[in-house]
Ligand binder design. Structure first.
Ligand code: BES
Ligand code: MN
Ligand code: ZN
Length: 523
């Protein structure tokens, strides 16, 4: 039985989202804030609410003449309102031609951030009628809904309010904030109802993944991840299979076992399953879940090692994805797979120079215990491909520092043996805002991963590290299986606020893969 906690480790605090989003035809009566979009060019005021009171329209016309409000994307300007509308917020949408889903995500997030600091519980947002030619009402409305949820996120679970002695009891938190996206054109409203619901679900699932990812390694250790996966599966009606360390041993998953060997918390493999429609094709998604990466015996430097609590971001995105997939009732069968281990240091730790026989029988010479992600992913990939024979498999991992050097925090690295899958992922990336850039897997790179005393080595010379990761993993996927590896080390977290993502875990991959499933459909 997996150990789930020790005396010194608190249990994770449950995730709760205090923001709701809906769509409606009219401005609701009595609003704490009404948000109007403003472009940088053209007509400037984004028209849309037929029932906007005349005095408010005039007020806005006055404000946008002031030089301080230019309407840059992500900018917000907050002024007193009139009558039953207590406050008016102007939200920048940039140049009209360029106002795509991402700009609406950004605007939604900027509004949600503003609202967090104010006494606002009812907020209306007027969806512009004059959208960019390539942006439809459903696309803009979904962007807004996602952005509102993303902007409302804050990881504060390890920051309880400290009560000063003698101070009054803090008043209880008020009810959730309700955001209403106002779409006055009847057909646009009908077409946007489902996208708004989907946007809210995906945004909430992303925030769930971000919260889990930010939870420190002493709390979200391997046993706690297993417990959370089980709990979430019950809540969202997913099948959950747990392969514990004893069973992993029987299955020959020595890559997973080696990485987890020195930890007080045994490793595990979790498989969540969303059944989908009858005869639906299966997509398997594997997420690296290293709850903390010390580097092992090949230990990491002390500086910034704390950020290695984020080495579970791939797996946490898979948990968020599975939650969304279930709530959205997507037609495909989806397998969410988490190889879970802590890469610790200790007397039992796996060692450089060691040789490990993986679940598929290939041997790996350990040249660096800090190249641990590929070892746990490899066993998960070969097991899932053999056991379930999915239509396609995607893995997501904070795998290499090299991909941060190459692509920074803008694009995730994409490697694939299949052009159709790669293109579908690139397209889903553009639409979702989780951008991907394809990198090569050319056979000329293969010598980099050849072992001297074993079939493979887990780390080669200081060249093309992100490609080395991809080449290594490819050995654990059948040649005819469409497969993609996403190296998300650069995009899983951000060091400072970026568009609609605040500092910390981004939840990269949740929106991307929901989108892939929506487009890839029944195939
Ligand atoms: N988890 C790290 C990769 C990483 C580094 C993620 C920085 C986020 C920020 C991974 O396990 C690792 O240590 N990779 C090594 C691989 C090398 C030893 C082949 C790296 O990239 O340096
Ligand atoms: Mn490592
Ligand atoms: Zn790692």
């Amino acid at each position: 039985m997996a150990k789930t906690s020790t005396g010194s480790t608190p249990a994770p605090i449950p995730f709760e989202q205090r923001v709701r989003v809906e769509a409606a035809a009219k401005i609701p009566p009595a609003l704490d804030a009404l948000v109007l979009g403003v472009y940088e060019d053209g007509d400037r005021v984004a028209q849309g609410a037929a029932d906007l009171p005349e005095e408010l329209r005039l007020l806005v016309e006055e404000i946008i003449k002031l030089p301080d409000f230019k309407g840059k994307p992500g900018a917000v300007h907050n002024v007193p309102g009139r009558g039953t509308i207590k406050r008016v917020v102007l939200a920048g949408l940039g140049k009209r031609d360029q106002a795509d889903a991402d700009v609406f995500r950004w605007a939604g997030a900027a509004v949600a951030r503003l609202v967090r600091g104010l006494e606002i519980h009812r907020c209306g947002l007027v969806l512009p009628g004059n959208l960019a030619p390539g942006t439809s009402a459903p696309v803009a409305a979904r962007g807004l809904a996602e952005g509102i949820l993303l902007g409302a996120h804050a990881y504060e679970q390890m920051k309880p309010a400290v009560k000063k002695p003698g101070a009054a009891e803090k008043k209880p938190a008020t009810g959730p904030v309700l955001f209403t996206i106002i779409i006055s054109e009847p057909q646009a409203l009908r077409d946007s109802m489902e996208p708004v619901r989907a946007g809210a679900i995906v945004g909430e699932a992303t925030n769930y993944a971000r919260t889990l990812a930010s939870t420190p390694g002493n709390v979200m250790h391997p046993g706690a991840v297993v417990a959370e996966a089980r709990r979430m599966a019950r809540e969202f009606n997913l099948k959950c299979t747990v392969i514990d360390a004893a069973e992993a041993k029987k299955l020959g998953m020595n890559g997973l076992l080696a990485v987890g060997e020195a930890s007080a918390y045994p490793p595990a493999l979790v498989i969540l399953e969303h059944t989908g429609g009858r005869g639906a094709k299966t997509l398997a998604v594997v997420g690296k879940t290293v709850t903390f990466d010390t580097g092992g015996i090949s230990i990491k430097p002390a500086a910034d090692m704390d950020a290695m609590k984020y080495d579970k971001c791939g797996g946490m995105a898979v948990l968020g994805l599975m939650r969304a997939v279930s709530q959205l009732r997507l037609p495909n069968r989806v397998l969410g797979v988490l190889p879970i281990a802590e890469n610790a240091v200790g007397g039992k730790a796996y060692r450089p120079g060691g040789s490990v026989t993986m679940a598929n029988g290939k041997t790996v010479e350990i040249t660096n215990t800090d190249a641990e992600g590929r070892l746990i992913l490899a066993d998960a990939l070969s097991y899932v491909c053999q056991t379930y024979q999915p239509r396609a498999v995607v893995d997501m991992a904070t795998l290499t520092g090299g991909v941060i050097v190459a692509l920074g925090g803008v694009y995730g690295g994409l490697f694939s043996n299949n052009d159709e899958l790669a293109q579908a992922l690139e397209k889903a990336g553009q639409a979702s805002g989780d951008w991907l850039w394809r990198l090569p897997l050319h056979p000329r790179y293969e010598p980099l991963m050849e072992g001297y005393h074993a079939n493979l080595q887990n780390s080669g010379i200081r060249e093309a590290h992100p490609v080395q990761g991809g080449i290594f993993l490819q050995h654990f996927v059948p040649a005819d299986m469409p497969w993609a590896h996403l190296d998300i080390a650069g995009v899983a977290t951000t060091k400072k606020e970026d568009r609609y993502i605040s500092k910390g875990a981004s939840g990269f991959g949740v929106r991307l893969l929901v989108r892939l499933l929506e487009d890839y459909g029944e195939r």
